[in-house]
Each structure stands twice: as structure tokens, then as C-alpha cells.
Design a protein around this ligand. Sequence first.
Ligand code: ATP
Ligand code: MG
Length: 198
Amino acid sequence: MRIGLLGGTFDPIHYAHLFIAEDARSRLELDRVLIVPGGVPPHKKPYAASPPEQRLRMVELALADSEHLDADDTEVRASGLSYTVETLRAMGRRFPDHEIVFITGVDAVAEIGTWHEPDEVVRLCRMVAVSRPGRTFADLEDAVPARLLSRIELMVTPEIGISSTSIRSRVARGLPIRYLTPNHVVDYIAAHRLYRDA
Ligand code: ATP
Ligand code: MG
């Protein structure tokens, strides 16, 4: 059995997240993919993220009729800053017979050298980096120490130019976001007046 994890801030979740999770699931033959909203990483601190419960709720709404993707509250429940290494340890206890595949965009994994216990991270999972517009896999060679880079599998995926940052900024400017993220998420953002002054 093989389980996929996609971690991130998901403020808000969008179609690129859903697509990379689904593409990885199908190509890597994962039984399920858990989408795990987490704390806000230190480099994003100046920006005030939406509360974890709201980000989790939007993930749940986005996955309402998804067959193989699940919202996971491990990091939201852990409250405060959650380290990937701790999440992987928790998943290892919860799924002792599974191979754990950690899915990440090439932009996010470029920073793996700065994560907490990066050598443990790559030991505890199979790390798979997917394409993201504006970044190339070659960028990783400069950004990631060789011993970690050798443990990262690269998976070329269609590039989808959607980011949560662009969604927040579009909402603040009064531009449409429908079809960048599922309708239930669009409606939640409107109902809770999120990102009005992002
Ligand atoms: P923000 O703009 O706030 O950083 P984001 O769109 O990058 O938001 P995150 O929650 O930071 O979303 O990302 C979660 C994971 O999804 C990361 O591994 C990131 O690289 C990946 N990801 C997000 N958007 C894309 C995309 N368009 N293509 C490929 N990977 C993506
Ligand atoms: Mg990001």
C-alpha cells in the first residue's frame, strides 16, 4: 500500500493542488492522497494567513466529491508550527505498512535544505517533486545539497499557472476566481469575506 501526502498552506486550495495530487496518485499508483494544511512557514510570516480551521474547511469543501483525495487535519490539530518531519513520523505510526510518498512542487522542495531535519525527511518518505511554472528542475541543483537532491524524484507534470497568492490578490482587486478553484471554495471565500484586503 502506498499513500501520498501533499502539504502546504492552502490559503486557499486551488485546481493546481488538486491536479498534482491526482496526477501523482495515478502515475505513482497511490491508494490515497492526503492533503494536509499546515502552519504558515517562517518565510511567509509577514503575511497574515487565514486561520488553520478555515484553510482546512476549504480543503474539505474542495474534496467533497473526490474519490481518492482526503483532507487531513494532522497539522491543524498540532497547532502552531508543524514540521514536515513530525508529520512524516505521525503518518509512519498511522500507516505502518505503507510507503509514504511526499508530493511537492519544485518551488517548495527547493527549500528542503532549510527544513527541520531534512535528512530524516528524505529517509522517512519517497520525495517527489512536480513541475511548477517559473521554476525548472535545474534550479534545484543550485538550491539543494547534493545528498538531499539525490533522494528527490522529479516528475514532469503539465504546468498550471495558478497560485494561492494570485487568488488572494485577485479577490482583493475584485477579479473573478471561479474556475481557478472549485465552486464551493469560491462561495466560502465570498461568504467569509476572505482576502478582501490581501
Ligand atoms: P502561495 O502562493 O500562498 O505560496 P501556493 O499556490 O504556492 O500558495 P502552497 O500551499 O504554498 O500553494 O503549496 C502547497 C504545495 O503545492 C507546494 O508543494 C507547492 O509547490 C505546490 N503547488 C502549489 N501550486 C502549484 C502549481 N501551480 N503547480 C505545481 N505545484 C504547485
Ligand atoms: Mg507556495
